[in-house]
Design a protein around this ligand. Structure first.
Ligand SMILES: *Cc1c(COP(=O)(O)O)cnc(C)c1O
Length: 377
């Protein structure tokens, strides 16, 4: 079979989504399925919706356009603040966008007017992670400006943590977001509909039994796709952590010395070779590299150890097992490895399902091909 190959089990994705939707529903929280790591794959989006996600979120309008073109149902939110240069596409494709800049919301307002639509806006609040967000002290002023704009509907507020600085979502910062919602509602006579409490890193907090306050939605990508929480990268109980697998093919298998010889300078990617002399070892070369995935983000099966990678080669050590040229080895990608494999045109995407309705979707994908992200087989 063609390699390298990313195998995505849609039934496992649906199970992961369903499990998280059910667990969070007990706390009054809905799930927005985040599709950016799979480039807005309509099949994966469909599996998330089948699992009960109330809508879809993606950081790129291009991915939302792909889902729209494939007639994926469900509301779609652009979860990165729009580029000014893309506002027209944003109001055409997304029902809602996350925003932090009045100039952008102003441009969205004009574009929505021209398109004859009302565009929803969620204002992102800076809660300490120092990525996107309006400083809490500036939120009321921003709300006042947004409420004056035609064709814009203020849907709610949200926060994002654990991305740029690894700040952990906890009772304090989540309570701050809730309290801001109460303050805005009281000051402006509103009832903000969506209080979006973060990404997969907010799961621990949401399911801890803590008071979830006004938070009524989480945006989940990694937890659904990989079955792991991103704070400590531990598997989440009851979820599949092997819904996505990267398969690579062995192109060389030899017993070689463990220590390089000759004068030693930098490696292809600037590192220092780290090998010491362990005597001869079975070294395998696999036809996968930095141009296909993030090699450091691959978890090998038992008996295989990652030694290094270049653009097109992955070097591993095989213990005890006998592997031959042409054999395939299956790796579990982390988020970065998954993202890059999805984005690489060299990696074939293979979506599988046992559900007839989903199988039909996969069939359609096979016919239409997947946009600049490799062939679907
Ligand atoms: C990527 C992203 C998410 C999803 O993050 P996961 O860790 O994959 O759940 C949620 N919100 C925003 C704003 C994002 O950029």
């Amino acid at each position: 079979m063609t390699a390298p190959r990313l195998e995505i089990d849609l039934d496992k994705i649906r199970h992961n989504a369903l499990t998280l939707v059910q667990r969070l529903a007990r706390h009054g929280i809905s799930v927005t399925g985040v599709t950016k790591a799979v480039l807005g794959s309509p099949e994966v989006a469909g599996a998330m919706l089948d699992g009960g996600a109330s809508g879809l979120g993606d950081s790129r309008i291009e991915n939302i356009e792909v889902m729209r073109a494939a007639h994926v149902r469900g509301p779609m939110t652009l979860i990165r603040t729009p580029m000014l240069s893309q506002v027209k596409r944003v109001v055409a494709g997304a029902n809602v966008s996350f925003n932090t800049e009045i100039d952008v919301i102003d441009a969205l307002s004009s574009a929505a007017g021209k398109a004859g639509v009302v565009h929803g806006v969620v204002l992102m609040v800076e809660l300490g992670d120092l990525r996107e967000g309006i400083l809490p002290g500036d939120l009321a002023h921003m709300v006042r400006q947004v409420l004056r704009l035609p064709n814009i509907l203020l849907k709610g507020i949200g926060g994002n943590l654990a991305c740029a600085s690894g700040v952990v979502p906890d009772a304090r910062n989540m309570a701050e977001l809730s309290a801001l919602a109460d303050t805005i509602d009281a000051s402006f006579g509103l009832l903000l509909q969506t209080i979006s409490g973060g990404n997969s890193a907010s799961l621990d907090w949401a399911l801890s039994g803590a008071d979830t306050g006004r938070i009524n939605d989480l945006r989940l990508g990694e937890a659904i796709l990989l079955g792991r929480e991103p704070l400590h990268r531990q598997p989440i109980k009851g979820l599949h952590s092997d819904a996505a697998v990267l398969v690579a093919e062995v192109i060389e298998a030899k017993l070689k010395p463990s220590e390089p010889w000759g004068d030693i300078a930098q490696t292809a990617f600037g590192g220092k070779p780290r090998e010491q002399d362990h005597g001869p070892m079975t070294r395998l070369l696999l036809a996968v590299g930095h141009q296909d995935t993030d090699p450091g983000g691959l978890v090998p099966p038992a008996g295989i150890e990652l030694l290094g990678a270049s653009s097109d080669h992955l070097i591993v050590r095989a213990e005890k097992i006998t592997v031959a040229v042409g054999d395939e080895i299956r790796f579990q990608p982390n988020y970065a490895a998954l993202l890059r494999a999805m984005t690489s045109p060299f990696v074939v995407k293979r979506l599988t399902t046992r559900a007839p309705e989903m199988a039909r979707l996969c069939q359609m994908a096979r016919v239409s091909g997947m946009r600049n992200s490799g062939r679907v087989v």
